[in-house]
Write a protein that binds this ligand. Structure first.
Ligand code: F0G
Length: 464
């Protein structure tokens, strides 16, 4: 692994951490899962619907019993790995979902309430064009856009909506930059629970709005930004008794942990050096840290990858704070072409800091131009992703240029959403922007072969 260069002062970011043990992170074998306040450690039952700690207002986290086998024995890393492999493939033992095959670490007591599409089982891709672009020979792409509604949100939402069913919620709600709302709408429809979503008017990508409307969620276009939507939905859910399904919901985090668990399984539990992801509200950054912490304590992996969270430069309060040793929590008025991460006041801030500290992680920002350039490269490789997703690949490229990531490091970059999420941006870039050098303009022709021949001559000269 390459050495970290001076992005931060070394005294602010210890290189070695004492990892929590399984006894500290898990309850005694056979216990029922609980929700615990990350601030004052108040414990709530696993079926409590509180969106945050009723005592101090901090976010909740879920604790499970230490996994045991059928005979009640605590499972070793080997035993857990074997059970996950079996869950994956051997039905009726297993589950076709890439979330629920890790059920012991996600929601052990879900019983018959599980609402699953199924989801997960997303590919780990390698593409020569992306190795060249990033400068990392073996860079791997975990493509979460292959989920049923086209983003990683399905992994959290299958668990969140399952929890809503378990507690008998009368309705579910979220604020969203678009992907959470699409996932909520889909899973709420499957569970038969009314869904209510709050999105910033005029600021979510067309594909996401289309999905949310089609799946039937009641959609409120709020005159304000995402951060205002989130405050509004928190107030509304508290006063109106609607179950909140933003990523501050600890069960969403449990589901999103499986991105990491699944990619580790795909790597035969050989942890990579870096896992790189786009960061907005920091729910995923929080989930990745929790997954790694637990995987390490349970003996699933023998070392921790470094988490790299990449923000858009116009929405980078977390990156700014990281550069100052997390001394200050910032909020900004967010603006970026990557609308999914157009967030100025990330809700999972403390959890995000914990992830970065515990994994000796890195936070950086990339400009919109860098994000678009990465996206165009990903798209042209035939992989495709939505703009925010490309921040991960842009981040890898930048850290290679800075000498932080070496060409031989083992790096997984997560693409969080599908290329069709934001068709409006693509149509504009490729069809309308005359100044865009990589534009792939469609050509209108008469319906005859000679017109096709003329296009071939001018387009593919020397290639066919
Ligand atoms: N990538 C995509 C495609 C997203 O939709 C989001 C978040 C992120 C990255 C950032 O993840 O918030 O956990 O740091 N989208 C949320 C939404 C905010 O409402 O769909 P995060």
């Amino acid at each position: 692994m390459s050495e970290h260069v001076d992005i931060l002062h070394s005294d602010e970011r210890p290189q070695h951490h004492t990892q929590a043990t399984a006894d500290e992170l898990f309850l005694a074998p056979g216990s029922t899962s609980v929700q615990r306040c990350a601030g004052c450690t108040t414990v709530l039952s696993e079926l409590d619907s509180a969106p945050a700690c009723p005592s101090c207002g901090s976010l909740l986290e879920v604790l499970h019993a230490r996994p045991t086998d059928a005979a009640g024995n605590v499972m070793t890393g080997d035993a857990l790995r074997a059970s996950f492999a079996q869950n994956c493939c051997a039905r009726p033992v297993g589950h076709p979902s890439g979330v629920w095959r890790f059920q012991q670490l996600v929601m052990p007591n879900a019983g018959a309430s599980i609402t699953s599409h199924p989801e997960g089982n997303t590919p780990l891709l390698s593409r020569a064009a992306l190795s060249t672009y990033t400068g990392v020979e073996g860079v791997l792409i975990k493509h979460e856009g292959h989920n049923p509604t086209g983003s990683f949100k399905d992994r959290g939402m299958t668990v969140g909506v399952t929890q809503a069913v378990r507690i008998g919620a009368r309705a579910v709600a979220c604020a969203s930059t678009g992907n959470t709302s699409a996932a909520l709408a889909s899973y709420a429809a499957q569970a038969g629970i009314p869904g209510l979503v709050f999105v910033p008017a005029g600021k979510i990508a067309m594909g996401k709005l289309a999905q949310t409307l089609s799946y039937g969620a009641r959609t409120l276009l709020v005159r304000g930004d995402f951060d205002q939507c989130l405050r509004l939905v928190q107030d509304a859910s508290r006063e109106l008794g609607i179950y909140l399904l933003n990523s501050i919901n600890p069960w969403r985090v449990e589901g999103q942990k499986t991105i990491v668990l699944e990619l580790l399984q795909q790597l035969d539990w050989e942890a990579p050096d870096f896992i790189v992801l786009p960061a907005g509200n920091l729910g995923n950054t929080a989930a990745f840290g929790k997954a790694l912490r637990e995987a390490y304590a349970l003996g699933l992996i023998d070392r921790l990858p470094r988490i790299v969270s990449v923000q858009a430069a116009g929405a980078a309060p977390f990156a700014r704070s990281y550069n100052e040793g997390f001394a200050t929590r910032y909020t900004v008025a967010a603006e970026t072409v990557a609308t999914a991460i157009r967030i100025g006041d990330p809700a999972s801030w403390d959890r995000g800091v914990r992830t970065i500290r515990e994994t000796n992680g890195i936070v950086l920002s990339c400009t919109d131009d860098e994000i678009i350039d990465a996206k165009m490269t990903i798209d042209a490789a035939g992989v495709g992703c939505e703009p925010a997703s490309a921040a991960s690949v842009a981040g890898v490229r930048k850290l290679v240029a800075q000498g932080v990531i070496a060409s031989t490091d083992r790096v997984v970059a997560v693409l969080t959403g599908h290329v069709l999420k934001d068709p409006g941006m693509l149509v504009e870039l490729h069809q309308e922007r005359t100044d865009f050098p990589r534009a792939n303009r469609p050509i209108e022709i008469d319906a005859d072969v000679s017109a096709v021949a003329r296009v071939l001559e001018t387009t593919f000269t020397g290639r066919i």
